[in-house]
Structure formats: C-alpha cells, structure tokens
Design a protein around this ligand. Structure first.
Ligand code: 26W
Length: 814
C-alpha cells in the first residue's frame, strides 16, 4: 500500500514525465491524468491476476450484456475501491490542491440513458466487490447521451463527444478484434451426411475492436472487466473492388457507414423506434460478445461446446441484446457444427433475461423485412424458433391455441423481442416485487403459465460504496462512528443505527450533516443558476428522466397550488421549500419538453414574486447526469417518487435518496412498495391510487378527468392558468398540456391523485417543522436502506439465476 509520501512522490514524477512541468505549475487536468495513471498502475497486476485466477479455477462466468453502462466518473470510485482515496486526498492537500477540482476534470462517461444503464454500472461494482466472475459487455459509443442546455426555458441537445480527450481508463485490445457480418445472402448446401450447411455470401464486414475498462472491487484486489466494443473498418477490405459496379459502390457506402455503428447512443428512454442503425448496434454487440465467449470457452475449457452452459451465463439487460438468442444458435450450429437440438439446449440454458418495463411503447418489435435484410441468417433462425414454438403450443398446449397470435415470436410481420427473449432463455426476472407480480399476473401471464418456473424477481439495488461512502463522506463517517465500519462490507448492518432512534445527540448530528450537504448544494445552485436558495428550507427533489408516467407535472401542480395559496393569503404559514428538478427529455418527446418549459416559466414567476418572500424556490438544474446526481442526493430532504402506480418498474433514485437520509413521498409503485414495507407507514409519505385501483379504472373505463376539472376549484384554477397563459407571455403558453390532459382523459391520473398528493404534502410540511421527529424518520430510512445495496441484488442473481459462488483467490497478492 502506498504511503502519503510515496503517493506524492509518484504524482510529481508522473506530472513531470507527462507534461515536463513541476507540480506547482501543473493544471488540474495534468494532475487528474497523473492520479489516474497511478490508480491504473495499481490495478494492473491485480487485473492480470484476477483473469488468471478465473481461468485456472474453471468455474462458471457471467457476462452482463447491456447496450448501456452509465458509469459516470471513475477516478474517485477507483481510488476508494483500491484503498487509496485517503492517501490521495492527503497528498493533494499537501500540494495545495483540491480533490474535488481534480475529480471535476473527468468527463462523465454517459453511455446510458437512465435507470437501466446506471443499474448495469452498480452491478459491475458489486460483482467485483463480492468476488464474482462477472464481466460487462457493451458498446464504446463515440457520443454518449446528449448534453442538455436550456435556452429560454427550452431544452436543446448538444453532442456529448466524451472521447475528445484521452480516456485514461480504457485499454485498446486490437489483437482481440473480431469480425461481424451484416447483410448479404445465405447459401444452403447439403452435406454428404445429409445435414444442411449455411454459408453467407456478399456480406458487409465490420471489425469489432474491444476496449477494456478495469472494474476494481472494494478492498479485495479483484479487478473485473468492462469490455466496450468499437466498430471499425476491417484491416484489409479484400473484396472492396467487388465484381460489379454496383457492388463497388455498395462497398464504398458500407465503408462510410461502419463507424456509425458505435457512433452514438440512442437517447430514447422507454420509447421504441425501429431504426435500422439501432438494430445493427444490437447485433454488433451481441455477435462480438458471443464470439468472444465461445473463443474463450474453447481456449480455457477442455469440454465440448454442448456443455458450454455449464461454464457460461449471459444475462441480457432488457431485450436490447435479445438477438443473442439467434446469434448463439448460429455460432453453435454454423460455426461449431452442433445440431439444432444441442444448440437450442445450450442457448436456453445460457441466456437469462431481465425485463425493465411494462410500458407498451417501450417493447421492442422489429419489422420482419428489416431483420431479413440486415441479418438474413438470424432471421432464418428466428423463423425456425417461432415455427417450433408455435407447433409446441398447438400440440402440447391445446388450451393456448387461441392465444398463439399473442405469444408467437413473429406476428403481424414483426419480431417481438420480449417473446424471443422469454422463449430463448432459462430465466426471466422483473426488477421489483410489484413489477414481477405484474409481469406474472398480467403482462406476461400466458408465458408464466407456460413456463411457471422461469419467472422470478430480483429487486434492484445501488452500490452503497458510490452512493453513500463516496458521495456523502460526512454521513458515512457519522454512521461508522456510531455502529462501526462493518456496514461497508455488510450493508444490512446499517440496521444497527436503529438503536439511536431516541438518541437526541445523534439525531442532531444527522441534522447537522444534512445541513452541511445542503449548504454545499446551495453554493452549487447559486453558481449554476444564479439563484440563491435557503439552506434551511425543505429540499424537495425530483431527479430522473422526464416522462409523463413519472409525473413531474403533478409536482409542478403542487408548486402552482402553493403559489396560488400564497397569493390568496400572503401571510400564510408555510415551511419554506426549494423544489429541485433535473431531467432530460428524449429529443423527440414533445410533451416532456413542454413540461420542462413549464417548470422554467413557473420558476420565473414564483422565484421573483414579492409576495412569496423567498418561501418557495423552483430550481431546474440542467444536464442531469451521474455527477450532478452525486451532488444533489446527499442534500435531499424529500425524495419525489410519484409515478402512476404500476408504471415505474422499480426506480433506483428512490433507494439512493433513502440511503442518504431523505424521506420519500411516493405512490405504491416499483420499489417504493418495498421501502414502505421496511420502514413502515410512519416513515414514508404514501399517497395516491394503487396499481390495482388504476387497473380497475382502466378496465371499467370509469375514470373521468373532466369531472375532477369541474369539481375541484384548485385543479381548475391551475389548469386554466396553463390554458390562459399565466405562466408565460403571448408567445409562450401551455394550452397543449391543458388539452392533452383533458382530451386524453388524463392517462397518468394526475388530476385524480392531486387531492391526496396535496394533503400528503401538507403532512410533509408540518412534519419537517419538528426537527427530531424528521431526523428520527430519516434515521429509520438509512437504517433499512441496506437491503437496497446492489450487493444484496447481486448475491440473489448469483444464487438463484447464475448459479455461481464468490471466487476464492489463492494467489498471495489476492
Ligand atoms: C428501446 C427504447 C428503450 C430504451 C430504454 C426502452 C426501454 C428502456 C429502459 C427499459 C428504460 C429504463 O431505464 N428503465 C428503468 O430501469 C430501471 C432499472 O431496472 C428501473 O429502476 C426503472 O423503473 C425503469 O424505468
């Protein structure tokens, strides 16, 4: 382990080497690269040893395949996991440098949209920290999720060219590049033994070059790998000059388009769009990953491929990588010579599928013609899978004959990827108990009856190392002082805090820590928005992608309601509140963008009205990303988790804020249900319709939004303010929101849940006034948050799905 002096020495050396300057004259960026180099060096040997140990032990390995890894910044978390954070901080302080400034030099790796991508990043951290042989496989997009700027209240998107400067964590492995084939035709020959042989012709070739990023476990010397694939030109394009003019031009076109495959991340969250380039990205990821897996399997194990599933498990993150099903079949049959039945057996025992949404607009369906054209051989295999599956239904499940069109993998000239993933895998899991129940009881009911053992729940989690230990050091230290540091290795030990529930000194300490974090946030808000907020007000936080089902609009309605109340009665007694929003809208999502605009226009009215006297402040922080979340979450008092019940599969921001001592105001949706069950009804603010009530309204068609509009004066006043241009000017108005709600009968039940939300928020207001009472509830939340460590989640995946145990290392250094 490096001493402070040794660290300081190395740092000076590195800066000198790289920049030719003394450390005093070095820029923060130079120091950032120097520290990263030290950490990278530190991980290097362990990385090698970890790989070797996994190969020597010959145990089962897991590949977590995902189109998104929202890893954010890595310097501080790597320092922390390698046990170097304190040493580094001390060395930097001695040199008169601030660690925060150094960390800020790192460009966030925004290779994900939201929850699904961040979950993948938390899982990597937990797999390494718990010593599981689990690796990530994804795409090295040259452009991550767009950068959001707000101009006159409108979102504009800027490209996120995150690789502009050297990314110090990646290692290019050109010698492990693979070739991926697209398009062309498939020739069929009958072999001497009567079996069929399929060979592709005239395909376009793309080189998949891996870039490896180390994933350090916490205090255990384990270093796993996140492999990100980049699409490049094949080294020599031998058939560039084709045999015809049209082939020649086709090849030129193809060469121009190759790098687009890993060009950018699609910014649509929960909204499926059948773009050919996205299909190519998905196949590119899946084919490269599976080719590598099969290659490694053959190299490492002395076993026939028929037994591959004994050593390999592939977890697919939503259906985005579900072409893994036909691709594994293709590789096993066409390249490795297995027959259909053996290949199918391996495939169905290798692949496991996680579902993250029941929103119908998010379900992936690819047009048959597109798949045929881009992936002709995959299509043949999908067709065969479908034929066999439907025949099986017809003959073995006569009771389901009527349902075949709803179950078939191919229906209405579309390939239904969720159905393909269910049929081709051995496990289908939801991400919170309620979500899994909904899958079993309604969305995937028939499949559940067909394959009862396949469905299971794995409630999401978050890495408590990043989301508590790293981002909220003061709280982490306070906890360790009280109950010892064991919670860091075993987060369920946080429950030990419960013995402080009536300890006033401790509750005051918690209050002080929160106040300090809020003061820091106040400065950040001032710097970024120019608005000053009161650090003693309630920090009421809703940070997540903007979507109608997440109901940021309901939150804005609450703001407008309070504003109206103050206008009617300027002397009213109200606990000061700072409403903090951060959210990106998908670039083509009109309603979401209107809501962002509304937040800004309400803010410009409320924040400047003299009658308000600073009691309400409305803040929108632009460009929500992992780093911004890291500064907001420790400062949150109130966590808004107010989705229409049944719509949020799990949520993970809810867990992050709970762990940092915020209380939740939320519906009985996603993992809120489990938070409620743990902390009890007195320690959470639950409101609104339940998912079954919502379902009933939908089934019966018995909800009438206009009735509420007419009956509730407060609702009508707010709606009319949107319609009448109270928040805006002549050009800016919010009529579309008004008409959208009333003409579609308020599809997300905003008006219906309004009353209960307002009453519940009054309860929040009065509870916050009694500091001990509030901190008591905060403490209970922190104490029970251990369940939501992704360590618990990963242990469950390992035990119930992957069938792997933590690896014990025999090498002395490990
Ligand atoms: C095809 C377009 C598309 C892109 C992304 C469709 C769907 C998605 C994801 C399913 C969106 C997502 O991130 N879902 C979130 O996953 C989290 C992790 O499980 C959950 O906590 C959230 O509730 C869920 O919305």
């Amino acid at each position: 382990m490096l001493t402070i002096e040794a660290f300081e020495h190395k740092l000076k050396e590195k800066v000198k080497q790289a920049r030719g300057v003394d450390i005093a004259g070095a820029a923060d960026k130079d120091i950032y690269y120097a520290v990263a180099a030290i950490v990278q060096e530190n991980m290097h040997e362990n990385w090698h040893e970890t790989k070797k140990a996994y190969e020597d032990q010959q145990e089962r390995q897991v590949y977590y395949v995902s189109m998104e890894f929202l890893i954010g910044r890595l310097l501080e978390s790597n320092l922390l996991n390698c046990g170097l954070r304190d040493v580094c901080h001390e060395a930097l302080h001695r040199l008169g440098r601030s660690p925060e400034d150094i960390y800020a030099e790192e460009h966030d790796a925004g290779l994900g949209n939201g929850g699904l991508g961040r979950l993948a990043a938390c899982f990597l951290d937990s797999m390494a920290s718990l010593q599981y042989a689990g690796h990530g496989s994804g795409i090295r997009y040259r452009y991550g999720l767009f950068e959001q700027r707000i101009i006159h209240g409108n979102q504009v998107e800027l490209p996120d060219y995150w690789l502009k400067e050297t990314y110090p964590w990646e290692t290019r492995k050109a010698d492990e590049a693979l070739t991926i084939h697209f398009g062309g035709e498939v020739d069929m020959h009958t072999r001497a033994d009567g079996t069929l042989e399929f060979s592709p012709r005239n395909t376009d070739e793309v080189r998949a070059v891996p870039y490896d990023v180390p994933v350090a476990g916490y205090d255990n010397n384990v270093v796993n790998t996140l492999r990100l694939w980049s699409a490049e030109l094949p080294p020599e394009d031998s058939h560039l000059l084709g045999d015809s003019e049209s082939r020649y031009y086709h090849h030129l076109d193809h060469m121009h388009s190759i790098e687009q495959i890993s060009g950018f991340l699609y910014p649509d969250d929960s909204n499926y769009e059948g773009k050919e380039l996205r299909l190519k990205q998905q196949y590119f990821l899946v084919s490269a990953t599976l080719q590598q897996i099969i290659g490694d399997f053959k190299r490492v194990h002395d076993l026939p491929l028929k037994q591959m599933h004994q050593k390999i498990c592939v977890q697919i993150n939503d259906t985005h990588p579900s072409l893994a099903v036909p691709e594994l079949m293709r590789l096993l049959m066409d390249q490795e010579g297995l027959n259909w039945d053996d290949a199918w057996h391996v495939t169905r025992h290798t692949i496991a599928y996680t579902n993250h949404t029941t929103l119908s607009e998010a379900l992936e369906k690819w047009p048959v013609d597109m798949i045929k054209h881009v992936l002709p051989r995959s299509f043949m295999i999908i067709n065969e899978i479908n034929e066999r599956f439907c025949q099986g239904l017809w003959f073995d499940h006569p009771e389901l004959r009527d349902k075949i069109p709803e179950l078939a993998v191919i229906a209405d000239d579309q390939v239904h990827m969720a159905r393909l993933a269910i049929v081709g895998s051995f496990s289908v899991n939801g991400v919170a108990q309620l979500h899994t129940d909904i899958l079993k009881k309604s969305e995937m009911k028939d499949f559940h009856e067909l394959y009862p053992g396949k469905f299971n729940n794995k409630t999401n989690g978050i890495t408590h190392r990043r989301w508590l230990l790293q981002v909220n050091t003061e709280l982490a230290d306070t906890i360790s002082d009280a109950i010892g540091p064991q919670w860091i290795q075993q987060p369920s030990k946080l429950a030990g805090l419960l013995r402080y529930t009536n300890d006033n000194a401790f509750l005051q300490k918690l209050d002080q820590v929160k106040r300090n974090n809020k003061a820091k946030m106040t400065d950040i808000i001032q710097k970024q928005t120019g608005i000053s907020v009161d650090p003693d007000s309630i920090f009421d936080v809703q940070i997540k992608r903007l979507h109608e089902y997440k109901r940021q609009l309901l939150n804005v309605f609450h703001v407008i309601y309070l504003y109206n109340e103050i206008k009617d009665n300027p002397a009213m007694d109200i606990t000061p509140r700072t409403f903090i929003f951060a959210a990106k809208a998908a670039p083509g999502y009109y309603m979401a963008k209107e809501i962002i605009k509304l937040i800004h226009h309400v803010a410009s009215v409320v924040n400047h009205d003299k009658d308000v006297k600073g009691r309400l402040k409305l803040i929108f922080m632009e460009n929500y990303n992992v780093s911004l979340a890291e500064s907001i979450i420790p400062a949150a008092d109130l966590s808004e988790q107010i989705s229409t019940a049944g719509k949020e599969a799990s949520g993970t921001g809810n867990m992050k804020m709970m762990m940092n001592g915020a209380l939740t105001v939320g519906t009985m949706d996603g993992a809120n249900v489990e938070i409620h069950d743990l902390v009890g009804r007195d320690n959470i603010f639950i409101f609104g319709l339940s998912s079954s009530e919502i379902q009933q309204y939908r089934d019966e068609g018995s909800y009438n939004a206009k009735e509420i509009y007419h009956a509730d004066d407060r609702v009508r006043r707010i709606m009319d303010q949107l319609n009448g241009g109270d928040f805006g000017s002549q050009e800016i108005e919010f009529k579309d929101i008004f008409y959208h709600i009333l003409s579609h009968n308020d599809p997300y039940f905003v008006l219906k849940d309004f009353e209960d939300y307002i009453v519940t928020q009054e309860h929040v207001d009065s509870t916050f006034r009694i500091r001990e009472k509030w901190q008591q509830k905060a403490l209970v939340n922190i104490a029970y948050s251990g369940k939501f460590s992704s360590d618990r989640t990963i242990h469950e995946y390992a035990a119930d799905i992957w069938n792997i145990a933590p690896v014990r290392f025999s090498t002395p250094s490990l």
